[in-house]
Structure formats: C-alpha cells, structure tokens
Design a protein around this ligand. Structure first.
Ligand code: FE2
Length: 280
C-alpha cells in the first residue's frame, strides 16, 4: 500500500528540509489509529510516554502544564466531550506501531537521505484531541510530518530562524535541557503561516520551527512521524556551544540554517562534553 502518492513525494522533496508545506496521504483510516486502539495503547505505554493536557489552553503558556496521565485511556475514549488533548509519545515502543512508522518513513527515505543524510532516531507520536483543543506555541528538535487521520486542525508555523519568534537565548536554554513551550506575544501572530489540514492531508514542520495548533469542531486524530539528522544534531550542539559563549559575557552568532552545517561549533561542543565527562 502506498501512503504518500508520487505527487506528494515530489512536493515534499522540493520543500524538504526548510520549507513548511502540506502534502496528501492515503492514511485516512487504520485499525491502529482508531480511538479504541489509542486507548488500549495508552495502557501499554510507560506513563512518561503519555501527555494528557487540558484543551482550553491559551496559545502561550507559562511553565509546565498540569498532567492527567493516569486518565489517558478514559480521556481518549471520551475525547468528544473531555476537553483535552492527549499525546502518546514514542509509540514505536510497541512492535505494531514500529512497523507502521517504518512503512510510512520508508516511502520518504529516498527523498530525505540525499539531502540531510541518514535518518536517525525515528519516532512516532499519536494525538487525540477534543473539539476546539489548542496545543500551545512551542518548538521541537525533529523533522516532522503530521498526518491528519480524523477531524481537522490548523497548524500555524513560524520561521525557524526568526529571533522575533523565539530568541536565541530560548533556543540555547532548550538545547541545554529546557522546556519546549515558548513565550507568546500577539504581535508575533502575523509572522505565522496557517496550514489547515483534514483527513488525507499532512503538514511538514521543519526542525525548531515554532508552531501552535488549533483543532477543528470535531474530534481529531493525527499521527506524527519524526526523525533527526546529523544536521539537526549539529544545530543543537552549536546552540549548546553558544550558551557557553554567552555565559562568558559574549554574544555568539546563531547557527546557520540548512544547508550550512555548523560543524565547527558542534564539534567544539562535542569535544568539551567529552572532556567534562572524562573529568567526571
Ligand atoms: Fe510540535
């Protein structure tokens, strides 16, 4: 079975890895992706692989959201009325979902690896969201294709390297172990591009491109397939290097976006990390 038609694969190849865009897919239903399957899956995952959040959050949140992980299965089955969004993380821990992830990414692999090299750390996330639920403004370190399976949502994506959307210091704090949620100001709204997707449509989100999600008027189910690349790890390590430079009272230059590789700072940080570990 082909999930991404050839036209979608070509569109993806033209835009990957830096340009957010929508693409078609054929995964409009799947026995592993209905609400009963998700509820069942939530009972098999460790609690730290579950996020269970209130759906009535503002676009910008401060601090760590309250979690209701123990209620995930019940919340998923009652998602129509629950007023929540549930994220099941790293569902590839279960063999049948690992197989699904592999199948989905296998079609894109020939479009991805010629550009950003070997696909690393493949992960899969599932989302069940109540009508009108909001996922607040944040960024993620992975290359990400979010496929809509049921219901609709609008993913509003902001430019990855724009310091008006997320300051360099915030990037640096995140890569040193900080939270992904980002401060939000209404004057940033005009910098975002909304991508509306329904069943059979997906959106690609570049590495560290800030985004928030607003759900449509129905229950939504989506699946996110993600991977890292040596480029994304180098960008992350260059941010860590910059955090160290900033601690010394200097103002470092932000890592350049792809196709620049940021190798000097990344290798510098990796060497420092090794030395620190060796020093105990
Ligand atoms: Fe995200």
């Amino acid at each position: 079975m082909t999930i991404f038609p050839v036209s979608a694969q070509s569109r993806f190849a033209e835009n990957y890895p830096e340009v957010a865009h929508t693409l078609k897919h054929g995964l409009d239903s799947h026995p592993l992706l209905d609400l009963e399957a998700l509820a069942d899956l939530s009972g098999k995952l460790p609690l730290d692989s579950i996020e269970c959040n209130r759906g009535d959050q503002p676009i910008g949140v401060d601090g760590v959201p309250e979690q209701f992980r123990e209620q995930a299965a019940e919340t998923i089955l009652n998602i129509e009325k629950a007023g929540f969004w549930v994220c099941l993380r790293n569902v590839e821990q279960q063999p049948e979902y690992a197989e699904l992830l592999e199948q989905l990414l296998a079609e894109m692999r020939p479009r991805i690896e010629p550009k950003t090299g070997r696909m690393l750390n493949l992960q899969c996330f599932l989302f069940a969201t109540s009508p009108g639920g909001v996922t607040p403004y944040h960024f993620d370190p992975e290359h990400n294709i979010l496929l809509q399976v049921r219901g609709s949502k609008v993913m509003t994506v902001f430019p990855a390297g724009d310091t008006a959307c997320a300051a360099d210091e915030i990037h640096e704090a995140y890569h040193r172990g900080g939270r992904p949620e980002l401060p939000w100001r209404e004057d940033m709204a005009q910098r975002g591009t909304p991508f509306a997707i329904g069943p059979g449509e997906a959106v690609y989100v570049p590495v560290m491109a800030p985004h928030y999600v607003t759900n449509g008027a129905e229950v939504s189910v989506s699946i996110s397939i993600t991977w890292r690349s040596e480029w994304s790890y180098a960008e992350s390590d260059a941010r860590c290097f910059n955090a160290w430079v900033r601690q010394m009272g200097l103002t470092p230059k932000a890592p350049a976006r792809w196709p620049h590789q940021n190798r000097a700072k990344a290798y510098g940080w990796r060497a420092m990390r090794k030395l620190r570990r060796a020093a105990g």
